[in-house]
Design a protein around this ligand. Sequence first.
Ligand SMILES: Cc1ncc(COP(=O)(O)O)c(C=O)c1O
Ligand SMILES: [Zn+2]
Length: 417
Amino acid sequence: MPNPSALVCVRCGARYPTDHFAHDCPACRTIGAPANLTVAYDSVPGDGLAREEVARRPASMWRWEAFLPAAASEAVSLGEGNTPLLPAPALGLGDVWIKDESRNPTWSFKDRLASSALTMAKRFGTKVIASSSSGNAGAAAAAYAAKAGLPCIVFTFVGASPPLVAQMRAYGAMVVAVENKADRWRLQSAGVREFGWYPTSPFFGPVVGSNPYGMEGYKTIAFEIAEAFDWQVPDWCVLPVCYGDALFGMWKGFGELQALGWIDRMPRLVAAEVSGSISAAMASGEPMPPDRPRNSASIATSIGASQGTVQALEVLRRSDGVALTIENDELARWVVTLGAKEGIWPEPASAAPFAAIERLRASGVIAPGDRAVALLTASGLKDTAVIETTLPPAPVVGGGLPEVMKALHDVYGFADG
Ligand SMILES: Cc1ncc(COP(=O)(O)O)c(C=O)c1O
Ligand SMILES: [Zn+2]
């Protein structure tokens, strides 16, 4: 088992102690490129392990313990990971597969982050968990804190998606809402500083990303994809991106497999964002994604932040990756298309990769024979507004079958009988 030996800057490689999980790299901050830290180990992750052996272990992401900061036996786990990788031929996007992360315990990919982060919170002897999240990260932190037996404070904002806030409350978290979004980080920072609250989410600006121990959990998405394809990596992995936690984690995971010789190449990574922040930095070459407030809100509220991170930029630059800015009409179209054609209902943010693949296929960047995996990060039940505003309401019927047939025809265009 490897043990964490340091936290290392994702940008400049400077090393910090393992308990610096609530900080970024001061060196990079000074030059205007504040960067997250990532876990370094005292031995090569996975070294000496046969890749076939992992498949025989109990089903959770902790079967990859040889790559994670803690042992499966000490994990705070709800059975996260091992999500299906499904072919999606009906989408008309060529060789496309869906990594369906909505099948996780709280119905989003954030469970991998929360499981790894909470496991390390216990190891550090933390007393209180804190998250600033109006969405999936807060729900996952709440559930895993409950499982760990630790109190959890979630800062959300007035007007956040009701199902998500209900989810946090259902898991027993102490949810507090702010009127002004900027207050969340200010208040959480004070709690981390004064009381030693353990942060799982970003909580200071300019944003760098989430808890480094939590991010290790995202490596297992890469491992599961490589394993499912019998260690032949797809040409492209396409993700909805906000702070680029999963993007960085997956890239690190594929890198660790390549270092072991379990895979022979890296996939190219695509960041499907809604602010245009990372795309702007890719185009200009600047060191930090700029703040890009939108004129109108994105329906993909989970990835609606206006500024990307250095960690996302680093991955795209080092992996010959691509960033694209996705619009609301594309998101809404792909939400309903995925449900109707593949039987999978994504949250609006999780529709972004499909819009990105559509555009990259059309422009020839993704070649006709290329295989792409879309990361479907969360379930549509988290945010039902798109369905209510895009699709016609269900007609109310009575009387006899002719009336039903008329309604089916009028509302749905159904004429077959
Ligand atoms: C559903 C969903 N998709 C994607 C993201 C993007 O996460 P990140 O880029 O920080 O990994 C988030 C979280 O913020 C999310 O909730
Ligand atoms: Zn640095």
